[in-house]
Design a protein around this ligand. Structure first.
Ligand SMILES: Cc1ncc(COP(=O)(O)O)c(C=O)c1O
Ligand SMILES: N[C@@H](CCCC[NH3+])C(=O)O
Length: 458
């Protein structure tokens, strides 16, 4: 089975031999960016930039984004789904440079807050190509979205319908989608499974909530219902749930046609496309997804006598996740009498809450020096005041790992910096973009001065 990575940029990685075990950066199926190269002396380069040199120059913890990897992934989506609209899900990670890159690659943008909306707009992203989500959109958000003329707003609750309609006028209707729940459960953790009833998002198809939401939207002259939306969950590696969702949503589209005499022109299948975090992990095969989804949509529409709606997709993780690398400095190595080894690094659950939240698995690799020591299981832990602050349990790292060493963790681009906190008043890390041997700082490290500046009346 081919994968997102093998149909996209990572396929370009030229395999070269390395001495490491888990996380071998340039092997087929590797989770590292395609530009990753081993360097003499045990270092790695990503985007032509040596990791040890980057750590010295910008400090640690440091996040790197490989611009070409991200762009190639965005392009792979456009190529695989040439008739669809691909909206990058900003929640995975957003800064101005990322907004510019995805815009230049022809993607739209899925935003879900005033922050994402305003930052993208300030970066020059055209609001017409944005789509606003949210289960709790504030009046401020709705007003801003309308003022900026955001392309689509996704309705996620009945109360939102009259609230939004009250801000619109019939001769300039706002294009909207209705978020429905097809009753398909998928995703890597219960907290991110959003395709079924019993959680806060969307309107269940079963039982009639979705049909009722559609009725109410169609009754509002200020709203133009363009179609239906669903987002099943995140980190889905099998296309089957998307196909099941298509069947159920197409049946609803037929019901809407029968009841209202309208054929909705758009279907947004959301994101959730899974990537490999560990070598050999399954990931969603983009080419296969595109082929199966396109064929199933055509078949389901034909069965109901419907015109095929325009497809929209909203990948976040699959665009930015594998383009990111996190770089940490080891601060302490503790050898327990039970033989257990802990390597404590200068980041942790504040820059990557995913292991603590979902039990997410990562690999870690020593960079910046060569080691011929035997790889042994070492728990890479963070610096925060919780025993659960474990970044990589049982990482295979050289037995001579010591304070001062650098550890690199791939697939760090999605839902890490975007979910980062300042727990223990540890400032959020700096972020650099790497490309063609050049490093450009995108975000500076957060400092104590930043914390003090927020205090009022000090
Ligand atoms: C509505 C919506 N669209 C798109 C995404 C992007 O998901 P992913 O990053 O898993 O592709 C999410 C988050 O899961 C979402 O909630
Ligand atoms: N934060 C989740 C993904 C949530 C996607 C948002 N709907 C993760 O890291 O896996």
């Amino acid at each position: 089975m081919t994968t997102v990575a093998t149909t996209g940029p990572s396929a370009a990685a030229a395999p070269t031999a390395t001495a490491s075990t888990a996380g071998t950066p340039t092997a087929p199926g590797s989770p590292w960016p395609a530009s990753t190269r081993t360097r003499p002396g045990g270092d790695l380069a990503v985007g032509g930039v040596g990791l040890a040199e980057a750590a010295d120059r910008f400090g640690t913890p440091l996040y790197l984004l490989d611009e070409q990897e991200l762009r190639a992934r965005a392009r792979a989506y456009r190529a695989a789904l040439p008739h669809a609209e691909v909206h990058y899900a900003a929640k995975a990670f957003l800064c101005s440079a990322v907004a510019n890159w995805v815009e230049e690659e022809g993607l739209g943008l899925d935003v879900c807050s005033v922050g994402e909306l305003q930052l993208a707009a300030a970066a020059g992203f055209p609001p017409q190509r944005m789509l606003l989500h949210g289960n709790a959109k504030s009046p401020e958000e709705l007003r801003l979205a309308l003022r900026l003329r955001v392309g689509r707003i996704v309705i996620d609750g009945l109360a939102e319908i009259p609230r939004l309609a009250a801000l619109t006028v019939a001769d300039e209707p706002q294009r909207v989608l209705v978020r429905v729940l097809p009753g398909v459960a998928a995703g890597h953790h219960a907290a991110v499974r959003t395709g079924v009833a019993g959680q806060k998002f969307g309107f269940p198809i079963e039982g009639g909530d979705a049909a009722e939401a559609v009725r109410r939207v169609l009754a509002q002259p200020g709203l133009r219902l363009a179609g239906l939306h669903c987002h099943l969950g995140s980190q889905i590696t099998d296309p089957e749930p998307f196909l099941a969702a298509i069947d159920r949503i197409t049946a609803l589209l037929a019901g809407i046609r029968d009841e209202h005499g309208v054929e909705l022109p758009e279907l947004d299948l959301g994101g959730g496309h899974g990537v490999a975090y560990l070598p050999g992990d399954p990931e969603l095969d983009l080419a296969e997804y595109a082929r199966l989804v396109t064929a199933r949509l055509a078949a389901a529409c034909a069965a109901h006598g419907l015109r095929v709606p325009r497809l929209l997709v909203e990948p976040g993780r699959a665009v930015v996740g594998p383009a990111g690398v996190a770089l940490y400095r080891v601060l302490a190595v503790k050898h327990g009498t039970d033989g257990r080894v802990f390597a404590a690094v200068d980041g942790g659950m504040s820059d990557n809450p995913r292991p603590a939240l979902y039990g997410s698995r990562y690999t870690a690799r020593l960079v910046g020096r060569a080691s011929h020591a035997e790889p042994v299981p070492i728990d890479v832990v963070g610096r925060h005041c919780e025993a659960g602050d474990v970044l990589v349990p049982g990482a295979h790292l050289p037995a001579d790992l010591r304070p001062g060493d650098l550890l690199a963790v791939p697939v760090a681009g999605a839902y890490q910096l975007s979910m980062a906190s300042t727990y223990n008043l540890v400032g959020r890390p700096a972020l650099i973009a790497v490309r063609d041997g050049r490093a450009r700082q995108l975000l500076r490290r957060e400092t104590v001065e930043d914390f003090l500046r927020r205090e009022v009346g000090r």
